[in-house]
Design a binder for this molecule. Structure first.
Ligand code: MRU
Length: 341
């Protein structure tokens, strides 16, 4: 069985190093905030809800390890660490959400001792809540999935992207739990292969039927009538778009063309109702992630590569958004307001 993706063990934050999967399942015990920031940047910990938990634990770690004894300078030091954590990845709003929630708990105290305890307590709460949220969301989504459905998903919005269970794959797991027979087609998700490495790994571990395709095979399978619905996760949902792994938009366009429902599964913490799509920063990663494959140079040296990590899908291509609070339908005028900034 796969351990929880990220959790606290005493003074350490313990997480699965997802860069090593599927060859090796190794956990890292992290005791300082700088190491955690590196883990987030390297995608050792990744996926929006897991980033929310990582952000929360990052604040708790900064509080635990601070040597400041005076309250004011202590809060300032932790706030500085929080700002550097927030800057690690700009697109998933959950990262800032977890940081802000934990900072608010820490700042609602009067002494360093109280502040450390409050930060650790709040981060633990965020980590613990995640499973209940994913399971509720999964159940709501399972009602949308017919028996026998062949589901296409992109990237990894599973247990590995949360503490456990998952969002898009939470819908898959809850559908299986309800007794329906389904299968999953996982797009490999170039360039870092979260679909091939992670989605296939965790579904295979759970004995849920899964096959992997190249990203560019998705449209052809839809044309052949081999896909009944698309279910993906989200990194941020504004009032006009869903942000998710690069390639998601292309699946939404193809699904619409073929009359296939396109579902997004995400917790309330992924909503960012104060912002429009044009105001969101899309992470652009190093072109080397595209220019090499399996340690081999696949693009001629000196040729630039453009490596957007996410894209945005306009809401009019989304058939429904599944949350732990219920299923939202177009025109999406009643989104949860989580006060994300
Ligand atoms: O770059 P990643 O691996 O962090 O991207 C993750 C995704 O795009 C997921 O689909 C998204 O975070 C939803 S996770 C439940």
């Amino acid at each position: 069985m796969i351990p929880r993706t990220i959790e606290r063990d005493g003074q350490a934050i313990v997480f699965i190093d997802q860069t090593l999967l599927p060859e090796r399942l190794e956990v890292v015990a992290c005791t300082d905030v700088e190491r955690l920031a590196i883990a987030i940047r390297r995608l050792e910990v990744r996926g929006a809800p897991a980033l929310g938990i990582a952000g929360a634990y990052g604040v708790a770690l900064a509080a635990i390890t601070s040597t400041e004894t005076e309250y004011g300078p202590f809060v300032a030091e932790v706030a500085k660490a929080a700002a550097s954590l927030r800057a690690t990845r700009p697109t998933a709003v959950n990262l800032g959400w977890g940081i802000d929630r934990t900072m608010a708990a820490l700042q609602a105290t009067g002494t360093v001792h109280e502040a450390v305890e409050a930060a650790v307590r709040e981060a633990d709460t965020i980590a613990r809540e995640d499973e209940g949220v994913c399971r509720a969301l999964g159940k709501n989504g399972a009602d949308l999935i017919p028996d026998g459905a062949r589901i296409l998903t992109h990237c990894n919005a599973g247990a590995l992207a949360c503490s456990t269970w998952g969002t898009a794959l939470g819908v898959v797991r809850s559908t299986v739990e309800s007794g329906k027979k389904i299968s999953v087609t996982a797009c490999e998700t170039r360039p870092l292969l979260q679909g091939a490495r992670l989605t296939a790994f965790e579904l295979h571990e759970d004995r849920i039927p899964v096959r992997v395709i190249t990203d560019s095979t998705a449209a052809f399978l839809m044309q052949r009538g081999e896909i009944d619905c698309v279910v993906v996760g989200a990194d941020r949902i504004t009032t006009d778009a869903v942000f998710n792994k690069i390639g998601t938009y292309m699946h939404a366009v193809c699904a619409r063309h073929h009359g296939i429902p396109f579902y997004v599964a995400a917790p309330a913490s992924t909503f960012d109702t104060g912002r429009r799509a044009k105001d969101v920063t899309i992470e652009e990663r190093n072109g080397d992630e595209i220019a090499t494959f399996n340690g081999r140079q696949t693009v001629p040296a000196g040729v630039p590569c453009t490596n957007f990590a996410f894209d945005r899908t306009p809401l009019d291509l989304v058939s429904a958004i599944v949350t732990e609070r219920g299923v939202l339908r177009p025109p999406y005028d009643r989104m949860p307001d989580t006060g994300n900034i």
